[in-house]
Design a protein around this ligand. Structure first.
Ligand code: AMP
Length: 211
């Protein structure tokens, strides 16, 4: 199955993507993670991406599409399909994907905008395994419960950048909901609950598709 996870920043795409990929055995392709790896390694792509990501803007479509195209060409995507997390984020990206791949389902995690600011500004991420936490549930701890790694706050999770990311989402990414609805691919899940509650819905819908 080739799956896209759609949702605003903070909707819980990364958390659900990890669960989906563990359960269904497919690679988790996160364009945000790919860009962060490039930034860490200070590659030419990383240097360009940083100038957009730090401002809460989208990396240009040509750079993003090239990265995704070459990732999808790798062997691990040709077995059980793949899970795209954070791609596409614009209509041109979706059109590029349509030209090269067949998508089976688009899961849209729907979360009230008022929740997102708090989720993102309070998010702490494990440096080792990428697990996300909310600061209010950590009781002052700075350690990942899953792997013991150190937690940190992403540089783009500050109030100013978050508000620009949410505006960018509304203007450029939200139109993809209508785009995939028209194609009959959209599956809506309510993302306001706990990760477990959201995953129950996701699993139900994906299992129904697999039958
Ligand atoms: P994420 O980890 O998915 O929140 O992505 C972090 C940042 O990476 C975003 O705010 C964008 O600046 C950039 N980014 C990730 N995916 C894309 C994409 N599909 N198109 C353009 N920029 C992206």
């Amino acid at each position: 199955m080739n799956i896209i996870l759609l949702g605003a920043p903070g909707a819980g795409k990364g958390t659900q993507a990890s669960r989906i990929t563990e359960t269904y055995g497919m690679p988790h392709i996160s364009t945000g993670d790919i860009f962060r790896a490039h930034m860490k390694a200070e590659t030419p792509v990383g240097i360009i991406a940083k100038s957009y990501i730090d401002k809460g803007q989208l990396v240009p479509d040509d750079i993003t599409c090239e990265i995704v195209e070459s990732r999808l060409a790798q062997d691990d995507c040709r077995k059980n399909g793949y899970m795209l997390d954070g791609f596409p984020r614009t209509i041109p990206q979706a059109e590029m994907l349509d030209g090269i791949e067949q998508i089976d389902a688009v899961i849209n995690i729907d979360v009230d905008m008022s929740l997102l600011m708090d989720r993102l500004c309070g998010r702490r991420v494990c440096k080792s395994c990428g697990e996300s936490y909310h600061v209010s549930r950590l009781n002052g701890s700075n350690t990942c419960e899953k792997c013991g790694g150190e937690l940190f706050q992403r540089k783009d999770d500050n109030p100013e950048t978050v508000s620009s990311r949410l505006q960018v989402y509304t203007a450029q990414t939200a139109p993809l909901i209508a785009y995939y609805t028209k194609k009959g691919l959209l599956i809506n899940v309510q993302g306001g609950g706990t990760p477990d509650e959201v995953f129950v819905q996701v699993r139900e819908k994906l299992d129904a598709l697999n039958k």
